[in-house]
Design a protein around this ligand. Sequence first.
Ligand code: AMP
Length: 224
Amino acid sequence: MILVLIGPQASGKGTQSEKLAEKLNLNHIEMGGILRKVARENTPLGRKINELINKKGVLVPDKLIFQIIDNYLNKFEILPGIIFDGFPRVISQAKYLEKFLKSKGKTIDIVIYLRLPKKQTFKRLISRRICEKCGRVFNLITNPPKKEGVCDFCFGKLVKREDETPEKIKTRLKEFETQTKPLIDFYKKRKILEEVDGDQPIDLVFNDIVSILKKRGLVGNEAV
Ligand code: AMP
């Protein structure tokens, strides 16, 4: 199964992708996480990505995204299934992915759009924390760590993301509205888009997604 998750920042794409990947044995490609990893490398590409995502909070140009994603896509043939989280984020990337999949005789099976009101997005973003060691994401409101400031999984320190200052959040939300939202119509036309209310507890969002996958015959009734 090839699944794409789209939604505004902090709508729960990462959390839901992790759960789906684990329960349905899918590979999870998290574009933001991949970029943050590249940004930590002391190379010309790493420094450039760091400037764009952490210092400015703007989208990375397609040329660089395609260069990075190609590495992952080329491992694709051995994969039983895949979840794309944060890619595609603009129409040009959606076309790129479509073309790549076509060359492999595949198509996207389903695109889930996680809806979240703007006010909630902002609120969730300012309360998001990330483990500086393993990159796991927590949220002080929706998904708090067991011990304040400490990662449940590796006991690393939880910090705020560098791009989560009020100004950069504003830029990123604007980019979602202008650049990413057009993907909704793009996939609606292809009849593969389903909307899920992201403004619910994690398990309820997950149940809604699984119900859609079952309804569309993408997983069996016994799957989860
Ligand atoms: P995220 O963790 O999904 O919020 O992504 C963090 C940042 O990485 C975004 O604010 C963008 O700057 C960049 N980014 C992630 N995915 C993409 C993409 N598909 N295209 C361009 N930039 C991206």
